[in-house]
Structures are given as C-alpha cells and as structure tokens.
Design a protein around this ligand. Structure first.
Ligand code: ZN
Length: 56
C-alpha cells in the first residue's frame, strides 16, 4: 500500500488584476508545467479574473 510517487507542489493562484492570492492548490510538477492561468473568482473584486500560478 505504498503511496503513488508523485511530485505535488503547493502553489498560489494570484489574481492578475489586484495581485491578491485567493486560492491555494497543488500542481503535479512531474507532468510538466501546469496551466499558468485560470479563471477564478476574485473575492475582493467580486468578479472572475485570470489567476496566475505562483510557485513558492
Ligand atoms: Zn482580484
């Protein structure tokens, strides 16, 4: 019952418009570079904006 070997890394999803880090998620870095931008809801602007993945 060994855990599957995967390289997961914690990243922040940062709003491109106001710079707020709204979400924290994990990406699988073993599968190459993940999608760099996602449409996410920004709480401070109360609308959907593009969010950039920020690796620590
Ligand atoms: Zn924002």
């Amino acid at each position: 019952m060994a855990k599957k070997k995967s390289k997961r890394e914690y990243v922040w999803l940062e709003c491109k418009e106001c710079g707020q880090r709204n979400y924290r998620t994990t990406v699988n870095v073993a599968e190459g570079t993940p999608k760099l931008e996602l449409k996410k809801y920004c709480k401070s602007e109360r609308k959907h904006t593009a969010h950039k993945i920020r690796r620590k």
